[in-house]
Write a protein that binds this ligand. Structure first.
Ligand SMILES: Cc1ncc(COP(=O)(O)O)c(C=O)c1O
Length: 367
């Protein structure tokens, strides 16, 4: 069996989740997210956020794309679009799921290495948009979207999000953080963003379970910090097919994830395995596309070495850098070709797998 560093959803789920699904199997409980486990999970998430009674609205749905399209289509007015980095997940990897709900993804240039949206880029776009006397001829910027962690495994600090918040407040726009990989972003050192800071910084965010040890599922959290964007959300959730009759599947999983810090421990493990891999690769003078602190690593590798490693490990091709990009990354005029590949660790990655990968790297690199 080839060891996989392809993604963080190759394995089934955390044993605690499987155990609780099995333990509760014959219980007859209500459906559609109104069961006791969903309620308990919602309470735990609210407590961790430091939310007062009914301050946050929490809902569950099965997947990340589904969560994004349901949240965005619920919050936006019919004529509005959502602002995203051109590398953002909704802009690149969701088959126009947002556009299919009738809302344009308005792409803004982001740093091509980090994939991060920044406050000055947003401020410039919005200033120009509103300076245009004919602004109503192009989609209304109705929401700011970014994922944390990003497509490039980078993450946002509280300060960076706060700077985006200032711009959003100036133009009265809600912020939505796609947290499909929120766990690893929260576990990333340094500049740690604390979970409970999200309640003041953003209007809605998701807590990804699928990529952090759940069988599947995302929690959607409306913070109601200014406006009640969650109003009638259950109708949108139902209409767009995101409300599971067997809501217990999501409730039990999130209730388990938010017991004894399991969610945070799972993400920490993924990051620790990535740290091991990163340190080993750095010792071997491997170049990185971008510096990350989460469970995703993007490295430069020769096509020959890549092919050899692919015989024993699974990982993904990401891109082929241009000569200019190679030079920006410090690789000057080289006859050597490089590809960028993505290596991902997960809650289930074993340190022995990392050792094996590095050992084989040495074997093949020295051929
Ligand atoms: C940041 C982000 N958002 C959303 C998704 C989509 O999730 P799903 O594949 O569960 O639809 C992904 C999946 O890779 C993701 O990385």
């Amino acid at each position: 069996m080839r060891i996989s560093f392809a993604n963080d959803y190759s394995e089934g789920c955390l044993p605690e989740i499987l155990e609780n699904l099995s333990k509760t199997n014959f219980e007859q409980i209500g459906g559609y997210g109104l069961d006791l486990y969903s309620k308990s999970a919602i309470e735990k998430i609210g407590q961790l956020l430091g939310a007062g009674p009914d301050q946050v609205d929490v809902h569950f749905t099965a997947g990340g794309t589904q969560a994004n399209l349901i949240v965005i289509s619920h919050v936006l007015k019919p004529f509005a679009g959502v602002l995203s980095a051109s590398e953002g997940h909704i802009a690149t990897h969701e088959s126009a799921a947002i556009e299919a709900t009738g809302h344009k993804v308005i792409m803004l240039n982001a740093d091509p290495y980090t994939g991060k949206l920044d406050a000055p880029t947003l401020a410039t776009f919005l200033a120009e948009y509103w300076a245009n006397p004919e602004s109503e001829h192009s989609p209304f910027p109705g929401m700011i979207y970014f994922s944390n962690a990003t497509e490039y495994g980078t993450h946002y600090s509280a300060q960076e999000i706060s700077a985006i918040r200032d711009v959003a407040d100036k133009y009265d726009i809600p912020i939505f953080i796609d947290g499909a990989r929120l766990g690893t972003a929260l576990a990333a050192e340094p500049e740690k963003l604390r979970f409970n800071q999200l309640i003041d910084l953003v209007d809605v965010f998701t807590i990804g379970g699928t990529k952090n040890g759940a069988l599947s599922g995302e929690a959607i959290v409306f913070t109601n910090r200014k406006e009640n964007y969650a109003d009638r959300f259950r109708w949108t959730l139902k209409q767009r097919g995101g409300m599971l009759a067997k809501g217990r599947l999501l409730g039990i999983q999130f209730d388990t994830l938010f017991t004894d810090n399991l969610y945070f421990r799972a993400a920490q493990h993924a990051n620790q395995m990535a740290d091991l891999l990163r340190a080993g690769l750095k010792q071997r003078n491997v170049k990185f596309w971008t510096e990350t602190k989460t469970n995703q690593l993007f490295i430069l590798i020769t096509p020959e070495l890549k092919q050899l490693l692919l015989q024993e490990f699974i990982f993904l091709d990401w891109l082929i850098p241009s000569k200019q990009q190679l030079s920006e990354l410090g690789i000057e005029e080289s006859d050597q070709n490089y590809h960028v590949v993505r290596l991902v660790t997960s809650w289930a990655t074993q340190s022995e797998w990392v050792d094996q990968f590095l050992d084989r790297w040495d074997d093949f690199a020295n051929l």
